[in-house]
Design a protein around this ligand. Sequence first.
Ligand code: UDP
Length: 431
Amino acid sequence: MRPRRRLAVISTHTSPLARAGTTKAGGMNVYIADLTRHLAEVGWEVDVYTRRDRMDAPDMEDLGHGARLFHVDAGPPVSLPPIEIGAHVSDFTAGVQRLAGQTEPYDLIHSHYWVAGLSGIELSRQWQVPHVVMFHTLGALKEVFQQPEPPFRIAGERRVVACADAVIGATSHERAFLIGQYGADASRVQVVPCGVDLETFHPAGIDESRRRLAASLPELCLDDGPGILFVGRLEQSKGADLLVQALPLIQNRPDARLWIVGGDNRDNGERARLCSLAADRGVAHRVQFVNAVERSQLPDLYRAASVCAVPSAYESFGLVAVEAMASGTPVVATRVGGLASTIADGATGLLVGDRQPATFAAAIDRLLGDEPLRRQMGAAAAQQMSRYSWHSVTRSILDVYEELLSDRGSTGSQRDPCCPDSVESLLVAAG
Ligand code: UDP
């Protein structure tokens, strides 16, 4: 019998166990946790390495099905912005090496985000195993949407793109960007969409969902009126403020409420800004805030809402939209990034071409004013999301892994040391 394949997952700047929907924890954390679980279920041995960002983090945590999470000492044991973690990449890599030295060798490395990719390059060279990377967000893409990024991030991403054996993009748009803007070798860039857990996110009795939510989240102020749902980190690029401004412009259902779900007490400043915006527009009583919720509460929220709104400036994939559609709720979203490929405009939701409150209000109004259309779109959405099932996503990821492993097997185990520059030289050169 072939020994079980062993995978090292590198997620330097954030843990898969961090509460999604707060500060920097979101789709990537959910993705790593779900993929780890599904790979472990099909027999892979998976170890995830993340930086210790709090004193009391245990050295090792069990992720189920034999998968393990290791906290690696590198830099101060406090939460740091990803950009500052760049300075601790060498320590982190050395820490992973030390821990990995105490276990069986790995067959493959899968890193997430550019900071982890830098460690992935070095570990892949040391261990002589293939390295797969996913960026989740790209600095140059954020810049397109007027969010400037430090030059050494882009330089770091370029280096990871050049050195990784395979790059996985979530959409064909991301793939084209990797090839066009980062000079990626087209033969090494694969598209595999993110997955959604269809056992959790599926349509079910709306009345029951509403009853459960009325008891568990009284702050929603659930009544007979429709709910417009925003789920996500309270980051400005996500556009919760745009929805607050859209709310008074909705004419068909002046009783509609806006539920803003996400963030925690570190976001009190942003929440105060949204509250005062709502008060200025005379809709403070119709905007309800809920701190980031457990994943188990999300299906009820999606089902209870009439519309899920995703007015982001950019989304590389946009898991929230897919989770909502899988739960049978149509989505109104900006026509950007992954949202433009996961939402079938006019069939499973509505795509909005600009980020003006009036345009979003008009699209939401259209659905709130036409219940048969809203229901029809919700049903179509749930049906179409089966293409993002974890079963099929895991299969596609395994295809990428197996191809690399068989290439490696046929060309011998030695590989050229790619990109010999140290991480420090990259960071110094980039200033
Ligand atoms: N999320 C959550 N609880 C919350 C808010 C968000 O679990 O209260 C999850 C949400 O279900 C989704 C992820 O956070 O899986 C956000 O992913 P998305 O791709 O939409 O945005 P990102 O945070 O990656 O920019």
